[in-house]
Design a protein around this ligand. Structure first.
Ligand code: GTP
Ligand code: GTP
Ligand code: MG
Ligand code: MG
Lengths: 279, 300
């Protein structure tokens, strides 16, 4: 829609509007536009297409910034992944999808039903285990999540499984006792297996606004968050808040969720994400 | 943070003797930042700021009362400006209407919204709320897609001693119609339809909601929205409202620290009242909406 126009103040306002309505947030939008403005002043951008490309390049730069290399799921020995996030973000569903993807890569997967609190949480994960034809370790309702996940890891060790995916109950990052429970789960996983969990992924709903930053900060204080899974990008929300999140916290986005079925998970592409913002 | 934005606006104005075009613009810039950070939608922010500016410059000098000599005391520009913002926000949030319309012999409530917003949990909370008012709710498991969704509603029904209607192999519109028809013989006087979460751009699923509405003509269609929602609040609310004519909405997960600006956006777009606030995962954590709490939360 912007192609073919001459560069003027209006163009920057239009780009700012795109950034704002994509949940990029005022501060990050300002930072991105400042970088573009300085290129403009230096005469480096001759038309609108170049301005938009420059903006996308800034975004890709930030998103590709986290210097982490690929996720730590390959190599010898059992890998343990802990999945955390606020209520309803898409943790359980993402585990179902991730299992499908890992199995497609020739790995064996075991699921740990670490949500012992919410109504029918274990039943929900059981259905995903059935769909993937993979083992699941669960506990009684109200059981201690740490002990269920400890059992999941020891079961995986005895069954020679490649990856354990640990589901946890949704929780708001403002609940001190629930965040402490998460820290405890993390410690217990380390006791069950040296170096576990090898990845701690925060599941973020793309429809969430600036609160995502608080979520990332608080969850990172409770457990060492090593990656983000950004869900529900098949909707109209753009998830722009991850740009500021990556800039501030240096956590890479690993996967995106684009639907409710088994195969609706894709590895994150910074370029694809930047394109979709302006799409 | 939001309060930082409003503090800046106040600090900036406290050095001024009165509200002028110039200093109001500057204060509004701070408020704009604050509202965007509170997740109020971009065009809603614009509208809000325009109205505040109009009131700030159009108002005659605000009067705080009279001093000992009966002379009128003038409110300082900073306090006056903040008060205008707060009053405008409260006015936008209201008027308060937490009523649930219920026909006889069987009233009905249809719960709709995006995935994961808290519809099923809130269905349980509304049932608990209605039970306290001596109603006998029937929960209808109209989410036939999500793994263990029916089971989830049954668990909640069990906790409340509340009946749950479910039927294998029946599409949601027909299922809801049958539940509504059978409610009376099941000794229930309200049916609550828990529907599957869906994207507002999913035509087939949005048509399913329209079909449920056609089949059951519900007394209330409540949009259940997550308080931490960002700019998408407007797009989503608009689509749900245009398709279904929302009667009211419920903001969930307000026990977190999300500012809740989405509430302002949804109210602005639908013109419908905020009915309830979800304040936790337990079934007793539902509050009737009051504007002052949410207004000060958004303003910080
Ligand atoms: N459209 C869409 N829906 C999704 C996606 N990921 C998850 N969902 C849906 O979001 C809803 C919540 O998903 P869950 O997996 O139960 O979320 P959760 O984080 O485990 O929820 P809690 O355990 O209750 O905190 C379900 O209806 C899912 O089908 C996605 O990528 N796209
Ligand atoms: N903290 C908090 N959690 C809530 C609140 N309301 C719901 N939840 C939680 O949010 C998560 C999602 O709730 P559900 O009731 O399954 O959401 P839903 O809209 O029915 O989800 P779908 O059917 O998949 O679209 C669960 O973990 C609930 O316990 C609330 O007010 N506060
Ligand atoms: Mg879950
Ligand atoms: Mg549900």
């Amino acid at each position: 829609a912007l192609a073919g126009k001459t560069i003027d103040e209006g163009i920057l306002d239009e780009l700012e509007a795109v950034l704002f309505t994509s949940d990029v947030g005022a501060r990050t939008a300002e930072r991105l536009l400042e970088a573009v403005k300085s290129k403009l002043k230096a005469g480096e951008l001759s038309d609108v297409a170049k301005v938009q490309a420059a903006l996308k390049a800034e975004i890709v730069d930030i998103l590709d910034g986290p210097s982490h290399g690929p996720a730590n799921l390959d190599g010898d020995g059992l890998r343990v992944v802990m999945i955390v996030g606020v209520n309803g973000a898409g943790k359980t569903t993402s585990i179902g999808k991730l299992t499908h993807r890992l199995k497609g890569q020739g790995k064996t997967v075991l699921l740990g039903a670490g949500d012992t609190f919410r109504a029918a949480a274990t039943e929900q994960l059981e259905i995903w285990a059935e769909r993937n034809e993979c083992p699941i370790v669960k506990g009684a309702e109200g059981a201690d999540p740490a002990s269920v996940l400890y059992d999941a890891v020891t079961a995986a060790q005895s069954q020679n499984v490649d990856v354990v995916l640990c589901d946890t109950a949704g929780r708001l990052h403002t609940k001190v006792n629930l965040m402490e429970e998460l820290s405890k789960v993390h410690r217990v996983l380390g006791k069950a297996q040296e170096g576990a969990p090898h990845e701690v992924w925060l599941v973020l709903d793309a429809t969430v606004g600036q609160n995502a930053i608080q979520q990332a900060k608080q969850f990172s204080e409770a457990v060492p968050v090593t990656g983000i899974v950004l869900t529900k990008l098949d909707g109209t929300a753009k998830g722009g808040v991850v740009i500021g999140l990556c800039a501030e916290m240096n956590i890479p986005v690993r996967y995106i969720g684009v639907g409710e079925q088994l195969s609706d998970l894709r590895p994150f592409s910074a370029a694809g994400f930047a394109d979709a913002l302006f799409g | 943070t939001v309060s930082k934005g409003f503090k800046s606006a106040r600090n900036y104005l406290s050095g001024q003797s009165e509200l002028t075009e110039k200093n109001t613009e500057e204060a509004l810039r701070e408020v704009r930042l604050a509202l965007l950070e509170a997740d109020v939608e971009f065009s809603v922010v614009k509208g809000f700021l325009a109205r505040v500016k109009e009131k700030a410059l159009g108002a005659t000098r605000a009067v705080a009362g009279k001093d000992k000599q009966g002379q009128k005391l003038k409110v300082g520009p900073a306090d006056h400006f903040i008060k205008i913002c707060y009053d405008e926000l409260e006015a936008l949030m209201g008027p308060v209407d937490t009523s649930i319309r219920l026909s006889k012999p069987v009233g009905s409530i249809m719960m709709v919204g995006l995935q994961g917003t808290g519809k099923t949990t809130t269905t349980g909370k509304l049932a608990a709320y209605l039970q306290k008012k001596n109603h006998r709710p029937l929960l209808v498991a109209a989410d036939i897609y999500r793994p263990a969704a029916i089971e989830q509603l049954k668990v909640l029904g069990n906790q409340l001693g509340c009946k749950v209607y479910t039927e294998d192999g029946v599409a949601p519109p027909e299922l809801c119609k049958r539940a509504h028809q059978k409610a009376k013989e099941m000794q229930c006087d309200v049916v609550i339809f828990d529907t599957a979460g869906r994207l507002s751009i999913d035509d087939a699923l949005m048509e399913e909601l329209e079909a449920i509405k056609t089949h059951t003509k519900p007394d209330n269609i409540f949009l259940v929205a997550d308080a931490m929602m960002g700019q998408d609040a407007v797009r989503t609310a608009m689509e749900f409202d245009q398709r279904l004519s929302i009667d009211g909405f419920i903001m969930t997960k307000l026990d977190g620290d999300a500012r809740g600006g989405a509430a302002l956006s949804i109210k602005e777009i639908t013109g419908q009242p905020i009915k309830f606030l979800g304040m936790g995962e337990q079934l007793d954590k539902l509050e009737e909406f009051r504007p002052d709490g949410l207004a000060s939360r958004i303003l910080g």
